[in-house]
Write a protein that binds this ligand. Sequence first.
Ligand SMILES: [Fe+2]
Length: 216
Amino acid sequence: MKGDLANMPRIITREEAWSLLTEFTQSESLRKHALAVEACMRTCARKWGSGSQDDENLWGVVGLIHDFDYERWPSPEEHPYKGNEILMERGYSDEIRRAIMSHAEYSGVTRDTPMEKALFACDELACFITAVALIKPGKSLAEVDARSVRKRMKDKAFARKVNRDDIINGAADLGVDLDEHIAFCIEAMKPIAKELGLDGSAAKTPSAPFKNDVQA
Ligand SMILES: [Fe+2]
């Protein structure tokens, strides 16, 4: 029994994950992206996860830290590999590390579990929803719906760095209708709209910063 306990994966608290993210990531837009994906992942956990609080926390942690190494090591040669090494050194579980590795298409790590599939299905979509909200008159999530997102997806010049195929394939692999999944992620992000700067208050400032600098 003692041996079994020793082999149990260490539970990572939300506080620990946030501290890791902010240690390596200073960019406000990248931190907001992390928060957006965390919110989507927590909502996904309630739909596709085991239903336990620990499981929801796990999915949320994965969302929060999936790009934590990107600011320092943005190249595909280093992200998310460098992050994976750091996570290993700090005792993060195989389950967390594998999920993060699998969100980079080029890593060759397959997406097998619902958590891995959800991360891929939420990552680029969260970026895109944010971009759509920021061009609305009130710069708020309240003005965004699945229709407006789908319309913008057809505009190749808009948020060019966000990969449309990843959004489409991510939802398909998760086994969910794309419009449904877009609406689902918008709703998941709304409770933290203020933290994301998408509650309408940004419209009152002359220029809301948004760098579309997130990949994979
Ligand atoms: Fe990301």
